[in-house]
Design a protein around this ligand. Structure first.
Ligand SMILES: C[S@@+](CC[C@H](N)C(=O)[O-])C[C@H]1O[C@@H](n2cnc3c(N)ncnc32)[C@H](O)[C@@H]1O
Length: 338
């Protein structure tokens, strides 16, 4: 295992990222425990694509926005070595303590914004530009400057390598007496939490909030994969009749609409599967999910935090006091470097 670092730009208040900057290993352990776990079937979709397009070598993967390395670790099942990069140095320091040591030996951690990964000396040359078989961007793309980041991913990959960008949204309740009612109770709580974070408009972080919201409401269709640089673009969308937004538009102080930058010749596969990434959650698990999606909200809520506690108790009662099955909306973009 090795860790290389680079300077990061001055921070402004941005979605998720700045709220998690002072996080320690305990925060990231809770983060991993509270998030949905992508099914092995999901990683096989990526691997099936990788082995049937371009060059199917599986020597090196790079997990961009790796956070505590939870997805990088999953990639070790398919790749000999995995690089995990992130703008958050504390997440990278926490990662090796959360991953078994024998696996850490097969990993390299790089402290860098995604947009800067091609700069000289940032990624060690033996796992750097033109060497990567697979670039994965898990739960991170809406946080990035897409054109700059896509240039970096293109440079990291070797010709015929695979780019896999994915993002999941809110839990969708699929069992219990009235799943639609549970969905609306969740939405009411999440939308209130988002409103505690306002203002977005007029702050230095506004462009980050705007591009994030646009990516989520667009189910990543706003991310262009120009045909001059990428081949065989496939966009999977599981359950995206529910968008990737964690809360309703009413929680924001600006308007935004879906943007579609898909090109002719791309394939979109829409799948409705309410067992996708299926899990069973109780009200406390929903609460810990919300705590990790909106890292700094409790402090910002002040006295109004009690309203969230009340909302969770209402949800608990509607869930019958126990666990309810949940599924997720997930969008995955696959593309091959030309
Ligand atoms: C929601 S977490 C995702 C962590 C992990 N990939 C997962 O799927 O659970 C988003 C991560 O993206 C990172 N991130 C945000 N902006 C970034 C940037 N410009 N460059 C690299 N990483 C960034 C954050 O620090 C954070 O670790």
């Amino acid at each position: 295992m090795s860790l290389t670092t680079t300077n990061t730009p001055a921070t402004v208040e941005t979605p998720f990222t700045t709220g998690a900057l002072s996080s320690d290993a305990d925060f990231w352990a809770k983060y991993i425990a509270s998030r949905p776990t992508p099914s092995e079937e999901f990683f096989r979709v990526i691997q099936d694509y990788h082995s049937s397009h371009g060059d199917s070598t599986t020597a090196l993967a790079h997990d961009v926005g790796t956070g505590p390395g939870n997805i990088a670790e999953r990639l070790l099942r398919y790749y000999d070595h995995v690089v995990g990069s992130d703008v958050n140095k504390r997440a990278l320091v926490a990662a090796p303590s959360l991953i078994p040591q024998d696996k850490v030996q097969r990993m390299t951690f790089v402290h860098s914004p995604a947009e800067n990964l091609l700069a000289g000396g940032v990624v060690p040359a033996d796992v750097g530009a033109g060497k990567t078989d697979l670039v994965v961007v898990s739960e991170c793309m809406p946080l990035l400057d897409a054109p700059k980041a896509l240039d970096a991913f293109h440079g990291l990959l070797r010709v015929g390598g695979t780019l896999a960008i994915y993002f999941y949204g809110r839990p969708i309740f699929t069992s219990g007496q009235d799943p639609a009612h549970l969905d609306s109770l969740y939405d009411r709580i999440a939308t209130k939490i988002c409103s505690f974070l306002l203002p977005f408009k007029g702050t230095p972080g506004f462009p980050f909030h705007k591009r994030g919201a646009e990516a989520l409401v667009s189910c990543l269709d706003n991310i262009p994969l120009p045909s001059g640089a990428w081949a065989d673009v496939v966009r999977y969308k599981w359950n995206t009749n529910v968008t990737l937004l964690f809360n309703s538009k009413a929680g924001f102080d600006f308007d935004f609409e879906p943007v579609d930058r898909r090109e002719d010749g791309e394939v979109t596969k829409e799948i409705r599967d309410r067992t996708w990434w299926q899990d069973e959650w109780d009200a406390d698990r929903v609460k810990s999910y919300l705590d990790s999606v909106y890292p700094s909200y409790i402090e910002k809520a002040g006295d109004r935090y009690v309203e969230i506690e009340q909302g969770i108790e209402e949800l608990r009662e509607a869930m019958g006091g126990g666990k309810v099955k949940v599924s997720f909306p997930v969008a995955l973009i696959l593309a091959t470097k030309k």
